[in-house]
Design a protein around this ligand. Sequence first.
Ligand SMILES: [Zn+2]
Length: 255
Amino acid sequence: MKFNVHGGHNKIVQGASKFLNEVTEDRKVKNEVIRLLKLQGHTVYDCTDDAGKTQNDNLKNIVKKCNAHSVDLDVSIHLNSGGGEGIEVYTYDNGTKAYATRICDKISKSLDIKNRGVKNGKGLYVLKNTRAQALLIECCFVDSKKDSSRWNAEKCAKAIVEGILNKSISTPTVAPSNEVPYLVKVANVSKGDTLNVRAEPSPNSRLVEKLKYNDPNKYTIVETKKVGSQTWGLLKGYSTYRNGWINLYYTKKVQ
Ligand SMILES: [Zn+2]
């Protein structure tokens, strides 16, 4: 399947904030939702807007990005505020009701927060103006002490993906932290070929950089992830927002 996913608001036009900051947390959820959907073999476009200087521009930019792709579902990720508690999902029409119902159920169970259910979002700009089917998730309330104490962006993202795909998924486990950091060099790469640095630990992920087969440098691996039979390593110097992963099969440990 094909998906558009975005986090609401941006650093310039902030969303809600109290015990949690909406923009900070919706980006974490968005990144993990994208990573998990891709690991399940789906095509995902990140339609998050970090440039809009007004709320209107932000919304317009998001819709423009969404409508540039033909997808099965647009997923908008927000956090709520205003004195309530729990998860609620907004839909434009009944086409996304099943997804929304499952997402509410999964998040409510996973985070142990109230299930406020599926709400009518016909008036919401993003839902009204996106061409594909769309839903907007208000993951929890940033101004609820209870919600924020139970908040976990990774768990929330997993619940969203399981709700979308209507199945349980396993997330790749992280190798023991006592293994990292360590140094590697490029190895096992045929003459003339390159070792690709990817945005996520997956061969289908966006290409960030290419390392030559005879690259003489030593690279520090700060995190490892097992994905199927392969182990991927995160290179030092890349942040959460600019990941750089390599398949460690094509490296040699040098220290
Ligand atoms: Zn919001």
